[in-house]
Design a protein around this ligand. Sequence first.
Ligand code: 13P
Ligand code: SF4
Length: 333
Amino acid sequence: MKKSLDFIQGELSKLGYISAPVDKSTDLPKAIQKLKKEKNAVLLAHYYQDPAIQELADYLGDSLYLAQQAAKIEADVIVFAGVHFMAETAKIINPTKKVLLPDLKAGCSLADSCPPADFAIFKAQYPNAVVVTYINCSAEIKALSDIVCTSSNAVKVIESISKDREIIFAPDKNLGRYLIQKTGREMFLWDGACIVHEAFSFEKIIILAKENPKAKFIAHPESESQILDIAHYIGSTSGLLRYVQEDSSTSYIVATESGILHEMQKCCPEKIFIPAPVEDDTCACSECAFMKLNTLEKLYTCLVYGLPEIQLDTQLMSKARKPIERMLNLGRS
Ligand code: 13P
Ligand code: SF4
């Protein structure tokens, strides 16, 4: 009976529909640490995860750091506390490992904004262009790409392309525009965006900055250009974190997913970090709802059942691996 209940819970969890019930008295952080050892599993977590999950991570970082670590992991199981494209990337670059994502529905608006069939038509319009894709895309899009980048190494990736080559950049138009400005290269941009980074309100940021005249305004390059135009510093998640540690100011207004504030506050307990305001006061829009689908309970059940697991077609993986490996070989900027 116990075996069949486990099986049903496992199958449902595999479909991403439910997480199995967890005994309320379970000390989840302690149980998760124990299960990681028992199952020979390593936990990778992005800075946008809930702080309780960040605290349990073996590796905590931005998209590039986590992809670099995923490629090197020797343990049997990789548990990816992030979103689907991140876990998928880990599977592609380390295919013999079992890769688990606590909630399979943890997707990404940016990845969803680039359907493979439409992108193939777009790509066909520029047959001589080098296709650079931001890692926030599906395995199918990566398979249509020449090289992948993250926000940490995008400039380096663009600069690695010969000046006489045309470039397609997808799926983030905001990061794409920023890269055009930064590198001086012309690019054909796919019209995609992240709902979290597009939610920031320019007017409210101006008001907040006036109320906090000593605070510096820092932003992730997925934000819209009018927001980036007023930023003292623009950088990837890890770039922003490094900046606040090295810079001499004592307060910052931060335009990216608010999960990063946890690590910022830990690194700089004496400084003040204010999440940038969003247009809609009724929602927690500076939180990525996809990232926040992963919870301690789901992390626990995913370790117990070894599900939900990322499963990908072998041929698709081998096509998608090449552009990721090209990026990893270039290293961090
Ligand atoms: P980085 O981790 O490269 O800063 O990207 C942020 C992001 O949007 C991840 O989904
Ligand atoms: Fe995707 Fe934006 Fe969420 Fe990152 S913050 S996972 S880009 S929706």
